[in-house]
Design a protein around this ligand. Sequence first.
Ligand SMILES: Nc1nc2c(ncn2[C@@H]2O[C@H](COP(=O)(O)OP(=O)(O)OP(=O)(O)O)[C@@H](O)[C@H]2O)c(=O)[nH]1
Ligand SMILES: [Mg+2]
Length: 362
Amino acid sequence: MKTGIIGLPQVGKTSLFKILTKAKLEDRGYSNPKEIHLGVARVPDDRLEKLAALYKPKKTVFATVEYADVAAIGQEALKEPNLLASLRNVDALIHVLRVFEDTTSVGFAAPIDPLKEIEDVEFDLMLSDLTQIEKRMERLEKDLKKMRSPELEAEHALLLRAKPQLESEQPLRSMEMSADEKKLIRGYMFLSQKPVLYVLNISESTTLGVDLDAAVEKYGLTKIASRPGTGATAICGKVEAELAEMPDDEAEEFLSSYGLVESGLRRLIRKSYELQGLIAFFTVGEDECRAWTIPVNSRAQQAAGAIHSDLEKHFIRAETIHWDTLLAAGSEAAARSQGTLRLEGKDYIVQDGDVMHIRHSG
Ligand SMILES: Nc1nc2c(ncn2[C@@H]2O[C@H](COP(=O)(O)OP(=O)(O)OP(=O)(O)O)[C@@H](O)[C@H]2O)c(=O)[nH]1
Ligand SMILES: [Mg+2]
């Protein structure tokens, strides 16, 4: 699962990438500013931390997400084949919007207007998709003249629906599609179809005592964020950059001095995880407590496959309990005697926050 960080030039994309992945880019020999930076971030999870406090395992393993700091969008950028290819390859987008003023740098003469930034970047994404559709349709129409096939006809019909959608400046993520159509369209990796999280990069002075949801409302993103496959949040890049360098207890104090209860970065990572329809289940023990990432609505047997393909193959049952029920019971033995530790079969739909022991044969 990879998330691409996009946005107009100089809005704070690389800064966000650095705090997300704790990457020290200058140490890693990224010499070319056009190079795509890749890094991994830990998905913060209070539930796993609490489970680890109960089990005191040797190792606690958080879920991770991969981020790509692609490059600025705009001015023909999407016509560059390398950039376009890496952007097509991501599963979701984080779109950074500038809400900070920086008088010390040049080029910040433009007024702060996140809605305009969304419009501009979305336009480029849609234009790139439209160009791709037009090329493919030309080819398809030629092929269909030679030979009619139901697959090609279905594809053609779908593109015929997608084209006017883009022409009327509606991203493909808001087009209704059946499961079959989604499958059919997947191979195109359309940019405007990818789920997007808009991130307002707000200035440190406005964060004082301001809650981050209020920023989303203030800059007019609430309505946009309710569209399909779309979310919005805010962070203060400057504050987060300082936070990233601090030990946890100091970080907490620092946050409260800004009137914040939670780091915006934690929320951001979690939101981008949710936006992709991902949930976590846990395995626990004295050796290791660990979060595993699965798509929402996964069955228990598929979830076992996230751990190991053998567990999926030889799956018998899963001992299951929700994380907070387990914590309230205090131990698995106590939960078992209370009857809250259940045995679930292969078709059980795993819930976000389930703790599971997979029983298997062989
Ligand atoms: N005041 C303030 N300045 C910021 C913030 N985030 C980034 N900047 C400044 O904005 C400039 C651009 O930041 P980058 O993170 O390099 O932005 P970018 O979007 O990666 O830029 P390009 O890759 O060139 O498009 C730098 O001078 C940063 O110091 C912020 O939250 N507050
Ligand atoms: Mg950059």
